[in-house]
Ligand binder design. Structure first.
Ligand SMILES: NC(=O)c1ccc[n+]([C@@H]2O[C@H](COP(=O)([O-])OP(=O)(O)OC[C@H]3O[C@@H](n4cnc5c(N)ncnc54)[C@H](O)[C@@H]3O)[C@@H](O)[C@H]2O)c1
Length: 315
């Protein structure tokens, strides 16, 4: 009999790659997504290949528990979220409503459906804050600098409480900067997606600040692999999902310019307020607990991302 999982946010960037991987591994899935930023076309091929039900619903809906109970999942992968920093600053109430209350509703649905564990999408880039000693380990003090980061931090106590009270196990994956096919290249999207798309369209990308700010980039398929492993390993634990390496925005620009054959220099403009200077996480614990590491070299992941945008950015 195939294993069953509910995947919230399964039509999104990271969620749809997880859906692909789980289907390839023979899992039966229920995707819960309100399609606010996700797209059904990203899971169209998974739906043709495997058993994937889709519930177009808000994770805050009271009906979630009943739907989950009918499906009877063994694992819940919870990725649905207001997933960006800027909107959380503009509307912290909406952000908290989706990311905190929505998460509590998902935890409740997990308990009521008899699920064994929840694997949660936390953020290594947002929970530790800019003042942290780098690379940030899971023991680094958390001082999130945005409402988005705050929600990812405070739900940890709910996970602990649900485990202590109902025995619901969990793994929190504190992901660094994830990049790859299907990432939103809009204004609030990932820098990789924005640069790649602009370069392919012959437009000069804009760098905020001097480009020396660093991030820790992980290819999205490696990330999906971390979720799959977390279905069976790790108990009540926070794990950083990063490469442990810092790449500056300028280095990223140069790599993408090489891959796309883009000959021009970037435009520079004032730094974004609240943009942290350096960000990198130590993935040592994920290696120990999950046997996971960021397998794909940055250059190769960028090549595959550019290929996807070249191909018309479909599916
Ligand atoms: N992309 C990254 O680098 C990164 C890094 C750290 C953490 N994360 C987290 O990973 C998760 C996935 O992020 P992503 O980059 O794939 O973003 P995404 O926006 O593509 O995915 C989020 C998905 O959740 C859905 N969704 C949003 N609000 C919902 C609601 N109220 N009810 C039901 N569905 C809803 C969206 O339609 C979308 O499909 C998020 O929790 C995000 O905070 C992402």
């Amino acid at each position: 009999m195939s294993r069953k999982a509910m995947v919230t946010g399964g039509a999104g960037f990271i969620g749809s790659h997880l859906v692909d991987l789980l289907v390839d591994q023979g899992w039966e899935l229920l995707v819960v997504d309100d399609l606010s930023s996700g797209r059904l076309e990203y899971i169209a091929s998974a739906r043709r290949r495997g058993k994937v039900g889709v519930l177009v619903e808000d994770i805050r809906a009271p009906e979630l528990s009943a739907a989950a109970a009918r499906f009877d999942p063994e694992v819940v992968f919870h990725l649905a979220a207001q997933s960006k920093v800027r909107p959380s600053v503009e509307d912290p109430l909406k952000d908290a409503s989706i990311n905190v209350l929505g998460t509590v509703n998902v935890l409740q649905a997990a308990v009521r459906s008899g699920a064994r564990r929840v694997v949660f999408a936390s953020s290594g880039g947002a929970i530790y804050g800019g003042g942290a000693r780098l690379p940030a380990t899971e023991r680094t003090a958390k001082r999130p600098e945005s409402p988005y980061g705050i929600t990812k931090k405070i739900v940890e106590d709910y996970f602990r409480w649900f485990k202590e009270t109902y025995g619901l196990d969990y793994v929190l994956l504190a992901m660094a900067n994830i990049y790859g096919p299907r990432q939103d290249p809009g204004l609030e999207g990932g820098v990789t997606a924005i640069f790649a798309k602009a370069m392919l369209e012959g437009r000069r990308p804009t760098i905020f600040g001097d480009g020396t700010q660093t991030r820790d980039y992980v290819f999205v398929e490696d990330t999906a692999d971390a979720y799959l492993r977390a279905a069976d390993r790790g108990r009540g634990v926070l794990l950083n999902i990063g490469s442990g390496r810092e790449t500056s925005v300028l280095q990223l620009y140069e790599m993408l310019a090489r891959i796309t054959g883009f000959p021009y220099r970037p435009e520079f403009t004032a730094p974004k307020p609240g943009d942290i200077g350096r960000s990198v996480v130590d993935p040592g614990r994920a290696k120990k607990v999950l046997g996971w590491q960021a397998w794909t070299p940055l250059e190769e992941g960028l090549r595959r991302t550019v290929e996807w945008y070249r191909g018309g950015a479909r599916g």
